[in-house]
Design a binder for this molecule. Sequence first.
Ligand SMILES: [Fe+2]
Ligand SMILES: [Fe+2]
Length: 363
Amino acid sequence: MRIINLAENTEGAAGCGFEHGLCFYIETEQHKLLMDTGQSDLFVKNAEKLGVDLTKVDTVVLSHGHYDHGGGILPFAGINPDAKIYVQSTAFGDYYSIDSKGQPHYIGLAEGIQELPQVVKIDAEDSIYRIDDELSLFTGIGNDHPIPSANQRLMKKTEEGMVQDDFGHEQCLVIHEGTKSVLLSGCAHHGILNILDRYRELYGGDPDVVISGFHMMKRHGYSDADITMIIDTALELNKLNTVFYTGHCTGVEPYNAMKKLMGEKLHYVHSGDEIRIRTKLERIPWKVVESEPEAALENRERLSADEAPLKAKAVRKKKAGRKKDRESKAADKKKGADVKRNGAIVLAAAAWLVLTVVTGRKK
Ligand SMILES: [Fe+2]
Ligand SMILES: [Fe+2]
């Protein structure tokens, strides 16, 4: 599986542009899809730079109803009017962010998106929303773990006025391919630990890979409670047999703190970065795959396949050794015979000399 980030907050590979937003392009066995579309048409420009053909995309999943994830939907629909766009119905609500002066700013989706005929509106379900064998969506995320404190300034406008956003419009995408499961969330407004609880409830076990913002970024510094939550989250995630890719609303400082605790289990995805996930057994050179269990298995198969020639080589070596031994013994034997013969000649000569002397005296 190939996953390319087409928009993220930070500068990354191949001179791609960046913005506050998130967009992933994903190639699976059966699909070419987008998870979110960033806040503008930037992802279209980055796709061109990276050689990604957006006209081939068949599916779009919108993680939630915020402009920095759905802002590219209209530009995309202009390029590709056929791809289905899966959105929670409630994502078309009036969502606001309250700034430090108490002023509300609209952060919802642009007008016109919900009228697009290719938009599939989903009403939050109790179970998994299956697109097909490979792709599914889920909502209904609980709150056993604390939710990100950065949510506090995010509101929903209702007939009764502004109320705290409950993020019922947030949905997660799960991709199953081969032996691997990949969970994608946009901002994890419910908190990544609550999302993982819901995943376990619905799918059992933990996903192999999680790709998600963690919504920990704060513009005006981090309180002790924020730092505790960041560290607790990292320690919990570290217990899982899962690799995490993050960026966007996680924030660079929280990421750095988590990275220190999680090491190779956590990676930052910048604009233009690519993630490759091996989802089935593949024949690959065995020197580079020591840490891959499937590859190790594959190598064992390779070794057993190579065993016959190895054995034949060993037999040839043994035979050659035996021949050398025989030749060496024969040489030693010949040398011994030569020594004996020379000794006999010396003795004969000596005897002849003695005999000649004795005979001469008699004469
Ligand atoms: Fe976001
Ligand atoms: Fe968001």
